[in-house]
Design a binder for this molecule. Structure first.
Ligand SMILES: Cc1ncc(COP(=O)(O)O)c(C=O)c1O
Length: 637
């Protein structure tokens, strides 16, 4: 189906509608032909690569949608930006410490991501943060020579021994004490192995910050030492003749902190802890302020929990200047600043791309030009309302349509109305609601009764992906990611839709969208065109999503490609990973797919014996079974 070109719609309208220039921060743009580009600045000029070209390249290499696309240039750009902006803030404020970034591995543990952070980050001494033994092993295998290694999380004897060996190997590996019970173990193991550890203390600041992770800070947070515990730990280490090991003070306020003033207050409090500990002759050198640097998923620079009211430069200046100002009266040397920015480092690097498989519409299918003879009086009444819908009072019309519909359904249940009459009545109901909703949209203020009507009449676009595997935070914590079509952006999006995934779960849906710098329950989309794919991209989803996902309905990992965009205008596919096969997913749940095959073959053999299928059919079915076991879990178009 070809849509008519709309001279009143331009790519600039699409850009404004989907807010791509705001949340995209210059990394994405729309071409004159209406396609989303990835935009990479090079010394010789900007290179723009249409996402659809990358999808075609992946397709030619047998990687179908859904596809997770990682753009290494964007990851590198974020690492340099964070480091350079801190360096500038330090220089501007004549601050006497240095900046050290560390990437918290839990935010994206994927091998290629960690390898790239370690490789590219080496020039900036960018380090890694581990929160578990497994993450520590991963860090030890990947960390560059100069980056810091920060060990948070609960530490058992094996964890501590590994960290001590890392110190002996020359890594600057800090054990951040989260709880007093770790102290005797660290003292004991370091004496036993005769390795002096580097120790950090995680404090609980009382300043609370807003956003979705407000419980991370404050007295009741489950991490860190209370002030009395902090003092007791310092005393214990001093008695053990290990106070010289205490070189770092740590606090993590929470993730995605929207308000810079709250960050300033918390950093000020942490700096006061730092000043007094140094005054007490604790030889601290580093102040680690954890994560919290927010990503503006909405792009409106607001206090919304998915936005932030500051930019990177303001964040860096806030940290540097607050520490400097707080320490000034105490005549304490400026500490080296560490931050553990996770989402701000990796969010932009990944895009989830999926195609739309089909659409459910909430509108009348066919309507007769007059009400059929012998219709039930209630159906005739609904027909009359439909005819008058363009002029009837909006609220009255809506109430009447609803009442008629419910009574007709009741009559149907009682056997007084036939199925075909009910079908006509439901068509009429939808037609009335569309007319009322369109009229309400023209008003300055939508009547209360009709609010939400547009969302209820919106299409459902069924996407080839799983929310639970690829975008788990949208389900778990109501996270919003920017979502938009990657083509046809020079055409007006003439439909409104919510998105459903492939799982048989009513939670497997997306119904909160970033739109025009705000929030909407529906996404403007284009009508599907026969024979053409309609592909949506979910942007800024590189943090937390890739590893939190689960196997709901046994949908496994999608195909993944990592690309690097080149200065000559081309791109290289650096890494390709095929999504999970059905067999692999079954294996993860402790099934044995080989025994599945054998069991199914026995069933077929019995069916041959009972003459229900022929031997040729047996072979055909068995081949299919085997192909499916080795095939991928998503819908094959
Ligand atoms: C200790 C610690 N550091 C850093 C982070 C990363 O935070 P963000 O992704 O907000 O940068 C987290 C995540 O919550 C964390 O728990």
């Amino acid at each position: 189906m070809k849509t008519q070109p709309d001279n009143n719609w331009s790519v600039a309208d699409s850009a404004a509608l989907y807010g791509i220039d705001q949340w995209g921060e210059g990394n994405f743009s729309i071409s004159a032909s209406g396609e989303v580009n990835i935009t990479i600045p090079f010394v010789s000029g900007e290179v723009n690569i249409p996402v659809i070209d990358i999808i075609r390249g992946a397709h030619d290499r047998d990687h179908q949608l859904p596809l997770l696309l990682r753009i290494e240039n964007l990851l590198d750009a974020r690492i340099s930006e964070i480091n350079n902006t801190f360096r500038q803030a330090i220089q501007k404020s004549a601050y006497r410490g240095t900046y050290h970034g560390v990437f918290p591995v839990k935010v994206n543990q994927e091998r290629t991501v960690i390898e790239e952070i370690s490789r590219f980050g080496a020039d900036f001494d960018h380090g890694l943060e581990a929160g578990s033994k497994a993450e520590l092993l991963l860090c030890l295998a990947n960390l560059n020579k100069t980056g810091l290694l920060i060990c948070n999380g609960k530490k058992d004897r094996d964890f501590i021994d590994l960290g001590l060996w890392a110190t002996k190997l020359g890594h600057r590996c800090f054990f951040v004490i989260e709880s007093p019970i770790e102290v005797p173990l660290i003292i004991e193991r370091s004496r036993k192995l005769e390795i002096r550890p580097l120790i950090g203390l995680r404090i609980k600041v009382s300043t609370k910050v807003g956003g979705l992770w407000t419980e991370t800070s404050g007295d009741r947070s489950s991490f860190g030492l209370s002030t009395p515990q902090l003092i007791a730990t310092v005393d214990t280490l001093r008695q053990a003749d290990m106070v010289d090991c205490l070189q770092l003070l740590h606090c993590h306020l929470g993730s995605q902190i929207p308000d810079i003033e709250e960050i300033r207050a918390a950093v000020g409090e942490a700096s006061r802890f730092y000043a007094d500990l140094v005054t007490e002759k604790v030889p601290l050198r580093y102040l680690d302020l954890g994560g919290g640097l927010a990503v503006d998923y909405i792009g409106n620079q607001s206090l919304h929990s998915h936005s932030r009211n500051y930019n990177l430069a303001e964040y860096c200046c806030c940290l540097v200047e607050t520490i400097k100002a707080t320490l000034a009266p105490h005549k304490v040397d400026h500490p080296h600043i560490i931050t553990e920015s996770g989402r701000a480092t990796v969010a932009h690097t990944s895009i989830l791309l999926f195609d739309i498989l089909n659409v459910m519409r909430y509108e009348a299918i066919t309507l007769p030009s007059s009400c059929p003879h012998n219709s039930h009086s209630l159906v005739s009444q609904q027909y009359q309302l439909y005819k008058n819908a363009a002029k009837i009072d909006l609220t009255r019309g809506y109430t009447e349509a609803l009442t008629n519909r419910d009574r007709i359904r009741e009559m149907f249940r009682d056997g007084a109305i036939r199925l075909r009459e009910r079908a006509l009545a439901e068509n009429l109901f939808l037609a009335i609601l569309h007319t009322l909703s369109d009229r309400a949209e023209q008003l300055e203020e939508i009547p209360v009764a009709l609010m939400g009507l547009k969302a209820n009449l919106a299409d459902i676009y069924y996407g080839n992906f799983s929310v639970f595997q690829s975008l788990p935070d949208t389900w778990a914590i109501g996270q919003m990611f920017p979502i938009m079509p990657i083509q046809y952006l020079n055409e007006r999006p003439d439909r409104n839709a919510s998105i459903s995934d492939l799982t048989c779960d009513c939670d497997g849906k997306l119904d909160r969208f970033v739109l025009s710098g705000g929030e909407s329950k529906t996404l403007p989309v284009h009508q599907l065109k026969e024979g053409e794919d309609y592909i949506l991209g979910t942007f800024l989803m590189g943090a937390y999503q890739e590893t939190l996902g689960d196997l709901h309905n046994l949908f496994g990992d999608t195909n993944v490609i990592n690309i690097r965009i080149n200065e000559d205008g081309g791109f290289d596919i650096i890494e390709e990973q095929s999504g999970d096969t059905i067999s692999e997913v079954l294996n993860m749940l402790e099934y044995n797919p080989t025994s599945f095959y054998k069991g199914f073959r026995d069933k077929l053999e019995l069916a041959v014996k009972q003459k229900r299928i022929s031997v040729t059919e047996r072979q055909k079915i068995l081949n299919q079974f085997s192909i499916q076991l080795n095939g991928q879990t998503y819908f094959k178009t």
